[in-house]
Structures are given as structure tokens and as C-alpha cells.
Write a protein that binds this ligand. Sequence first.
Ligand SMILES: *Cc1c(COP(=O)(O)O)cnc(C)c1O
Length: 234
Amino acid sequence: MSSIADNINSVTQRIEKATLEKGRKPHSVRLLAVSKTRQADELREAVAAGQQDFGENYLQEALDKIANLQDIPELRWHFIGPIQSNKTAQIASAFCWVHGVERLKIARRLNDQRDTALPPLNICLQVNIDNEPSKSGCSLNELPALVAAIAELPQLTLRGLMAIPDPERGEVALRKSFRAMNNALIQLRQDQPGAGPLDTLSMGMSDDLELAIGEGSTWVRVGTAVFGPRQQKS
Ligand SMILES: *Cc1c(COP(=O)(O)O)cnc(C)c1O
């Protein structure tokens, strides 16, 4: 059985190989270790291997781990799950990134509830790029108005876009969806340059990170390839 440190090593190699093969700048793609369902001890193993960014989907589980690991202040916590509006206050205070913002109401709440003593919360807008009824995310058409409104919120920094394309549709369709995300981000940078850094594409997971990197991903969110298979699928 390979250790978490070995896994991080091989995922990092996959990332750097894909980055170079696609002619992108070294280290322009970062690894977000998706630690949902994992124990604090497993995260500590990842930290020992140099990992500092962790993605969590379930708020209470995340808060428990954040408390458990508070002796390591350099960790950065990313909320990547769906966001219910009654959870925004805790998300706004415990996390440094939120990847799945999909509507203005949630963005406003996160902004209003982010302590002004903290740096602004980094957010990505989730796009339902394959228009799947079961998935969260706004549509590409909704993006420009959403971005313009979020640009006015001082406690949020709009970093970019996030998507989870449907892997069942195959490699050609996946690549097309990743490319559409990259094009959308480029368009936003052109049309609304003051809206935020817009330097981030959060896309690609254990099975498709190379494809995502080929189309401009800057954060790959990787769970299984870092920590091994999860007990229940989530
Ligand atoms: C679980 C999850 C991942 C990681 O998936 P793996 O296939 O285990 O790498 C990435 N992003 C989100 C939003 C997730 O919920």
C-alpha cells in the first residue's frame, strides 16, 4: 500500500508533467488535496509531505478538522461543497477560499459575514458547464451579471471559476467543457478587468487532471489519488 506522501509525490509529478507538456509555466497549477471523509491524522501525513491546501465539502466535518489541526496555522482551508445559506457565517469565518459560489445571495451573505479583520475571502463561481439538472452552478449566460455584482463586494476577492464537468461524457466532451471554462474566464478578464484578479480555474480531479491542465486549470482538486479510495462515494 502506498503512503499518502508517496501519493502526493506522484500526483505532483503528474501535475508538473502535464504542465510542461502543455507548454505552461512550471508551478502554475496547484494541488488542492480534497480531504472530505478523511481523518485529521491522514491530513497530518499530507502536511508532513508538504501539503498546505485542503478542500472540504461538509461543514461540520471540516470545522472539527480545522479545530484539530489549529496547531498548524499555515494551512489554508477551501470549502468546495454546495453552500446552504444558513451555513455561510461559519464558512466565511473558517475558510480562506470558497470554490462553489453559484448565486448572488450566497456571495452577499459571505461578504457581509466575513470579519473585516480578516483578508477578503477568495471565491470562485461554480459553473454548471454541462447543464446537468442534478448539479450546482450557474450557467455561462448568468456569469457576466453575477461577476459585475460580486465586484462590488469588498470582503470577497473574485479569483475565477470552478466546474465539475460530467466525466461520463468521455474525453472529447470533457476537454470541450474545460476549454469552454477557460474561454469564459478569458472573456470575463477582458470585459470586466476590475472585477478581481480572475486568475483561477478550479477544475480537474483524480481521473482528469491532465485534461484540465491542458485547458488552463490552475487548481486541481484531488481526493482519491492523494488519500486512496473513499469509503462511501460522495
Ligand atoms: C470529492 C471531490 C473532488 C475529488 O474527487 P476525486 O475523484 O476523489 O479526486 C473534487 N472536487 C469536488 C468538488 C469534490 O466534491
